[in-house]
Design a protein around this ligand. Sequence first.
Ligand code: OOG
Ligand code: NI
Length: 465
Amino acid sequence: MPAQDFVSPDSIRARFSSAMSLMYKQEVPLYGTLLKLVSEVNRQVMAARPEVAEALRWTGEIERLDQERHGAIRVGSASELATIGRLFAVMGMHPVGYYDLSSAGVPVHSTAFRPVHEQSLHASPFRVFTSLLRLELIDDPALRELAASILEQRQIFTPRAFQLIEQSERDGGLNDSDADAFVAEALHTFRWHHEATVTAAQYQQLHDQHRLIADVVAFKGPHINHLTPRTLDIDAIQLGMPAHGIPPKAVIEGPPPRRHPILLRQTSFKALQESIAFRDAEGSHTARFGEIEQRGAALTPKGRALYDQLLDATRDALGGAPAESNADRYMNLLAEQFRAFPDDLRQMREQGLAYFRYFATEKGLAARDAAQRPTTLDGLIDAGHIHFEALVYEDFLPVSAAGIFQSNLGDDGQAEYGSNANRDAFEQALGMRVQDELALYAQSERRSLEACAKALNLPDAQLSS
Ligand code: OOG
Ligand code: NI
């Protein structure tokens, strides 16, 4: 088949993202309520703070805001992870970053499957935070055996999904109707199943070891456990949730409120209790929850080191994990520590704390052939020939992710696994390397400078940041 008949992976991802959203709205009606609350708040923010809307227009994010969502799944074995990787690749989603959550008491390690180029992110920013259960961290050998043998017997992909993945890999893409078929088949992998694959007693055994283990092992597939919209004001959402009958977790994960948001702030609400048909009895399980995120600037290694240092200092000062009882004190300590992180885009740029996108302005374009004009990036910025905006953070944060996991697993009985980061083992299971997110941000920034140089008729080298 000629390649021009293939639909782009971006388009397959966009179709998949909206199909997932539709499915999740039907499965978890509260998600629909949340979407309404988020779009209401986003509209209010853009009306009240024109500078926020203006920044979103420069970067084009205003167009992707309503499309914006991430989801999360947990898989049980290396072969499931490897096939998930191939399935996501069909829709242009690649593994970025490695997250070790064992140090926070969750026996998984994870990556985010996401588009990597800014144009693809713009077309459809959908991402899936994907965790692999680490059976090797279960200390009871009999239970480990049981879990492994149950997982071995399940098949989380439909035969037609396998065929279409292979076809896409072989031919280099899918045509329009095959793409639709692929989306429909892929959706099955992420559905909720009312029937468990285990008896009530087996479920209890797995659950007693760790709730997460039961969630991964006892079911037919890696049900999507949340879909997260992006808000422009997470504090307003946190405050507004109770009035909508949605009880939020105790604290917002990530950095404190700022004029210029950095990285990622997240909050969530508790899992739903769902009735389950075990093989021998009726019962219940909690797995699925709601989450909201606010995204800000991607940080350079220097900025990220400062963020990690300030977050650690906050937790040290608190003397424990943030919870209901110390939520106010935690948020105050966080705000206090983060005074050391400049809340000003110019300073963040001058100090090399964040990545940026650069744009040639009307004024710059008008002076394109002028004999006299500034020749350095700083000079062009000062003269108003180049405008810059923060590059948005597209990834996740390990401490925050652990907080989201914990809030939905219950604060009781936190397990201890020590620190067990093992990126090599994860990549071996996945069958490929995960990409370095910092390199992706640096490339994206570089491309925007190259585009400016071209638009302004300047030699590239002149605009090295
Ligand atoms: C994933 C929790 C982490 C995030 O956005 O950081 C997460 C899970 O519960 O499977 O979703
Ligand atoms: Ni999430």
